[in-house]
Design a protein. Structure first.
Length: 160
């Protein structure tokens, strides 16, 4: 049986103060899906960086422009899409943050973090303006527990 995906959408003004709201929602969603604590932390960091980039570089703090965040929640995966309403950019033109000449430059780290922490990161220009960043992460399969001794039977909350 295939379970349907659920979608949660949030639109914020281009203010960094709203990032805490986004990260709280991200934490709740990753917990609901069952991501382990470390994976949830890195997903949160990637979403935080993407939203901060949308506010700062995309919308240039213009409070008349919004940032749209969409969480598509699957059984064992999460896809997060962030859209700004700025001029857009070409990711290929960004300086390589790992180049020795850029190691002390803090710019460009957010995209490096997103690419490192998520399974996939894609960029596209929206036809009506702005950029869309789509990131996804699959939850690692849960490992079966082997801590039950022969003869010991543990039950979960529903008696299984």
């Amino acid at each position: 049986m295939m379970l349907a995906e659920n979608v949660v959408e949030l639109t914020i003004a281009s203010q960094l103060e709203f990032i805490d709201l986004v990260t709280t929602l991200t934490d709740n969603i990753t917990s609901m899906i069952g991501f382990d604590e470390e994976s949830a932390y890195w997903i949160n960091m990637a979403v935080r960086e993407s939203v901060a980039n949308a506010v700062e570089h995309g919308n240039k703090y213009d409070q008349q422009k919004s940032v749209d965040i969409r969480y598509t929640i699957g059984v064992d995966a999460l896809r997060v899409t962030i859209r700004d309403y700025g001029e857009g950019f070409d990711p290929a033109t960004l300086p390589d943050p790992l180049d020795p000449n850029n190691l002390l430059n803090p710019a460009g780290r957010g995209i490096l973090y997103m690419r490192t922490f998520m399974d996939s990161v894609e960029y596209e220009r929206h036809p009506d303006g702005g950029m869309i960043v789509s990131m996804s992460k699959r939850r690692a399969p849960k490992q079966p527990s082997h801590d039950v001794s022969e003869g010991d039977h543990k039950q979960d909350a529903v008696g299984n």
